[in-house]
Design a protein around this ligand. Structure first.
Ligand SMILES: Nc1ncnc2c1ncn2[C@@H]1O[C@H](COP(=O)(O)OP(=O)(O)OP(=O)(O)O)[C@@H](O)[C@H]1O
Ligand SMILES: [Mg+2]
Length: 326
């Protein structure tokens, strides 16, 4: 099954290089670590690897480690026995067991709490674990693809990520370049999304004006392909006359000069971050989130929150608690 591979649009050298690595690694059972900024296509590539592997007729199970409260993640991954904890009224099969003979996509793997990391390392190395509250050892045959937009080596140094787990995940890293590193792909992606959304919305777009093309080509796309996809969706909605009408492209703004005169640079940065977080209701990601408002990458802002000891709003608002099996 090569279907997901056909959905990958773009012919840049950088993307072709990624696809070459997909072809090399897919038929093996090697663990793959997908690295890349938000919206670059990590999940799409993970599915392409699964679909091109010998496991393609087996389940592809996704877990978004950032969307599940850390206290529930162990049971989500490994399952639990009845009575394992208050509220565990029935036995539950975890994602590793559901993915048996297939592929488990561990999205946002950098969010796995440090205390759970040894158990993950063990299942990667020994292919076995115990359900929460259970004594029987379960063996599974699961191929793991992990993804992150965090700097894992930096997290290792900071003590948030175990080095042994990092090395075990980093067997075959694939870095997916940001869209601004492969602007040659923009035209083809625009055509692809215009086609898709105009079909979905029953709109006929005959003309993409060259000014619109230029604006799209020259934007820096901090949200990468996802941002482009959203812009084209809006554009198709706005286009009543068969000509693509691109909405104004927002360039992430730099924070205004310090609003307070006193304190160290760090105090000023902290105050500025808190103010913007309050304005965005603690939403970090997305085009209207604090990271975009501050002109920072989401991951950079997250590290700053840690450094300043500010609460770390989980991106639960993105409601990505969906993890599809099959
Ligand atoms: N090369 C591509 N061709 C077509 N569509 C793409 C491509 N890359 C990404 N997309 C689309 O862009 C959107 C974002 O991709 P995806 O969810 O795979 O990114 P991601 O790296 O997992 O992002 P995040 O880190 O935010 O989870 C999806 O709708 C995906 O289908
Ligand atoms: Mg993703």
């Amino acid at each position: 099954m090569q279907s997901s591979r056909r959905n990958i649009v773009g012919d840049s050298v950088a993307l072709r290089n990624v696809l070459r690595q997909v072809d090399i690694v897919a038929p093996t059972d090697a663990t793959v670590l997908l690295l890349g900024e938000t919206g670059t296509g990590k999940e799409l590539i993970a599915r392409a690897i699964h679909d091109a592997s010998g496991r393609s007729h087996q389940p592809f199970v996704r877990v978004n480690c950032a969307a599940i409260p850390s206290g529930l993640l162990e049971s989500e991954l490994f399952g639990h026995e009845r009575g394992a904890f208050t509220g565990a009224i029935a036995q539950r099969i975890g994602r590793f067991e559901l993915g048996d003979r297939g592929t488990l996509f561990l999205d946002e793997v950098g969010e796995i709490p440090i205390e759970l990391q040894p158990k993950l390392l063990r299942v990667l190395q020994e292919h076995e674990f115990e359900r929460l509250g259970g004594t029987r050892t379960t063996r599974v045959d699961v191929r793991v693809i992990a993804a992150t937009n965090r700097d894992l080596p930096e997290m290792v140094v900071a003590g948030f990520f175990r080095d042994d787990l990092y090395y075990r995940l980093n067997v075959f890293p694939i870095r997916i370049p940001a869209l601004r590193e492969r602007p040659e792909d923009i035209d083809a992606l625009v055509d692809h999304f215009v086609g898709e959304f105009s079909r979905d919305m029953n709109r006929h777009i005959d003309v993409i004006p060259s000014v619109a093309r230029d604006a799209l080509r020259h934007h820096s796309w901090p949200g990468n392909v996802r941002e482009l996809e959203n812009v084209i969706q809006q554009a198709v909605i706005l286009s009543g006359d068969g000509r693509l009408t691109v909405p104004p492209l927002r360039v992430p703004s730099r924070p205004r000069a310090a609003d307070t005169g006193a304190g160290t640079l760090e105090d000023v940065q902290r105050a500025c971050i808190v103010r913007v977080l309050e304005e965005t209701r603690w939403v970090i990601g997305g085009p209207r989130g604090a990271a975009a408002r501050l002109g920072l990458k989401r991951t950079t802002l997250q590290s700053m929150l840690k450094r300043f000891g500010l609460p770390f709003p989980r991106e639960a608002a993105r409601s990505e608690a969906s993890y599809a099996a099959g």
